[in-house]
Write a protein of this length. Sequence first.
Lengths: 339, 117
Amino acid sequence: MSPNVLPGRLLVVDDNKVNRLLLGRGLEQQGHRVAFAENGRQALEMLQQGEFDLMLLDIQMPEMDGYQVLEKVASDLKLRDIPVIVTSALEELDSVVRCIEMGAEDYLIKPIKPVLLKARIGAGLEKKRLRDQQRDLIRRFATAEVAQDMEKSGFALGGHFVEASAMFSDIRGFTTLAESQSPADTIELLNTYYTLMFEAISSQGGVVNQMIGDGLMAIFGAPLPLINHGEQAVLAALEMIEMIDLFNLDQAASHHPTIKIGIGIASGQVIAGYTVGDTVNLAARLEAHTKVAGQMILIDESTRQTLNPTIQVESLGPTLMKGKNQEVTIYAVPIRQQA
Amino acid sequence: MEEQAIIDLPTYEQLKELMGSDFIVELVDTYINETGTLIAEISQAYKDGQAVSMGRIAHSIKSSSASLGALVFSQQARELEMMGKANDLAGAEQKIEKLTAEFSLVTQRLKELVNES
């Protein structure tokens, strides 16, 4: 099996024994542990009893079909985070669309090609791992109230628009950094980095909703509304930079490499629970632009308008950023000097 | 039109290569038993006038048969599936007869293939 896919505990649900055997064999060959259910009712019983990382679900089954299973899973706090991959015939694509609308993560067309099986299972397990990690971090950093609310909402609030601020942050020159030290040191560094960033973000009411390598995305103002989401995002950014400075002092003292980060913040409408939309896109562009501008924190006009006048910003004027075809007025937030 | 093979060899060979010869023996055995049961269930569903049920069972036959390379048989099952979905039992009896006859051929051919290896 591929070294980057960790083995998972999978549940295969199909009323046809031959299909179960085939899928089970393919998955076991890829190193996963597989359990089987013959219909929806049995699948739900097994999900309630055991720990599963992913479910492969057939749609047409006796007793309880795939739709009914998806409905039950979506309304169950304990089961909602288990990614579901629907298996179907090519001519059932309409049903697949319905399943995805009901919360299924992905689909596979039968007869299933082993390469696709491997890729989709890998992606599904990665999602599960991130969700577990996120849940764990939220338990550690968020207030009990927020954590409970997020568990209830399942990190996705039904796709409605809310006013919020999106933040992107990443480590400058991470690849060079990773090459200059052992993998163990890099993992240790990333762990510390994430812990510090989560602390800064959650202390200002933000929620980290995505981590990709050395980058992270956070939302201020969703799922729970924040009145000054823009200002709180900027305050969190300043705190993040301060924490990195302190971290660098430690690193330098122990002769380890120091790091630099760049942060972009944009405010406006975001679709709650989703990492897409113009505001999110602009925040990502701003973060990328910090390198070009030689700044650590860049924000957009809407975020600036939410700021208390005591927070100084410097206008960089209308700027054309990579990937945008219109100029946007952007601002740099100068770093507070240590007293 | 060229006549289609009872078992599409490339599909079968690829499956054997991926899953291993020992596993194929077990798989073919299970397939023959399970499909035999499903065909009996289809006839019963037809006799009971249960079109939807008939369609669902035909759907199941269709998918596992395609995996093993029994493409003609799979296509026949698909026709019954569509009739079931449309809640139309007219002409289903002949189709079930054809399906049963094709299944004998599929069984025979699969047994030959398994014994060859």
